[in-house]
Design a protein around this ligand. Structure first.
Ligand SMILES: Nc1nc2c(ncn2[C@@H]2O[C@H](COP(=O)(O)OP(=O)(O)OP(=O)(O)O)[C@@H](O)[C@H]2O)c(=O)[nH]1
Ligand SMILES: [Mg+2]
Length: 341
């Protein structure tokens, strides 16, 4: 734009200042837009995964697998912190067992919930003999029988840790990755972790431990755990807010399911609808997979793909393979919907 022909020197200076201010303001806006675009581009490369499921279903264990595989630096920095957690898991189990035995000896009525109140004899300062006492306690047949009679539900990792006391109950114990995936540390509140892969919108991973068909909720002993899982799945599938979200379901704890069935526990005793199908792992998994799939089909507000995987997330190698196929599946679907393949 041309300056006015009769512009005075004062007017000239004022106009230049105005133009400079306007230019600065425009540059700032350009810079903001550039940054927003860069941010949006980065966001397009992010898959947000929400891990949902009842307590002890394996959410944190899966996250450990994610981090072990995709955030190796972070993972090795936090590894040694898990040593104390593993040892505390052991102590907690032992004190729970001692409490139950004390009640058994006093003839108190059976209880099946855990808590930490105990008068365990911990006056032995000798590390070796403490370890031997713990081993003797866990190996004792009468103790096992008493625990069974009292229907004590010990955490899933108990067997793993207590059979390895020689390694764990020592001063120079070095924690392994397998110990960490077995360690139980209840998650309080919502946690957010930033990691990994390529592109895509929201995804949601749900966990339904399928070994729990004969167990009740710790927080409400009237409710069957599997029934609770099915209810949660139904409400997630029905949610309008999540209508466009890809759902990934992990039918977890297949190893415990296998063990349970081997022990002779019958699914149809707890789930009459299972009927006279074979009481074996694969048919049981197939039955639950179909059940969850059917609920998804009936309850989803609009059609969508759902990925269902049987898992044992304490098996890190197997879980990494599953996570890779989840990623491939999600990516393939995103590319298909964006008509890139
Ligand atoms: N044997 C076996 N144990 C498992 C499996 N998945 C998880 N666990 C164990 O179950 C326990 C609970 O798992 P977490 O991953 O802490 O459960 P969570 O869903 O995060 O539970 P909250 O934090 O209470 O919501 C841990 O000791 C795990 O090692 C599995 O597939 N098989
Ligand atoms: Mg957790």
């Amino acid at each position: 734009m041309q300056p006015p022909p009769d512009e005075t020197p004062a007017q000239h200076t004022a106009r230049q200042k105005r133009e400079l201010d306007a230019q600065r303001h425009s540059d700032e806006i350009d810079e903001d837009i550039k940054q927003e675009r860069a941010e949006a581009k980065k966001q397009r490369g992010v898959i947000k995964v929400l891990l949902l499921g009842q307590s002890e279903s394996g959410k944190s264990t899966t996250l450990k697998n994610f981090r072990m595989q995709y955030a190796k630096g972070e993972w090795s920095a936090e590894r040694c912190g898990w040593r104390a957690v593993v040892q505390l898991n052991v102590v907690r189990c032992i004190t729970t067992i001692l409490r139950v035995l004390t009640e058994e000896m006093n003839g108190d009525s059976p209880v099946d919930s855990e808590d930490d109140r105990t008068s365990a004899g911990q006056d032995s300062s000798d590390e070796e003999s403490l370890k031997d006492d713990m081993k003797a306690l866990w190996d004792d047949k009468t103790v096992r029988l008493a625990l069974k009679r009292r229907k004590l539900q010990l955490p899933d990792s108990v067997n793993f840790f207590l059979k390895d006391l020689d390694r764990i109950a020592t001063r120079n114990y070095v924690v392994t990755d397998q110990d960490i995936v077995r360690a139980r540390l209840r998650t309080v509140g919502i946690q957010e972790h930033r990691l990994f892969f390529e592109r895509g919108p929201w995804g949601q991973a749900r966990f339904s431990p399928i070994s729990v068909f004969d167990q009740r909720l710790e927080e409400d002993s009237r409710v069957n755990r599997l029934e609770d899982s099915i209810n949660l799945w139904t409400s997630i599938c029905s949610s309008k807010l999540l209508a466009k979200t890809q759902l990934i379901l992990f039918l977890n704890k297949c190893d415990l399911l296998r063990k349970k069935l081997k022990r002779g526990v019958r699914v149809n005793q707890y789930l009459p609808s299972y009927g006279d199908r074979p009481n074996e792992v694969n048919p049981v998994i197939r039955y639950f997979r179909d059940k969850f799939k059917e609920i998804q089909k009936q309850c989803s507000p609009e059609p969508r793909t759902t990925y269902i995987y049987p898992t044992t997330v304490t098996d890190t190698e197997g879980t990494i393979t599953t996570l890779e196929s989840v990623r491939d599946g999600v990516l393939r679907e995103n590319l298909t919907t964006s008509q890139l393949i």
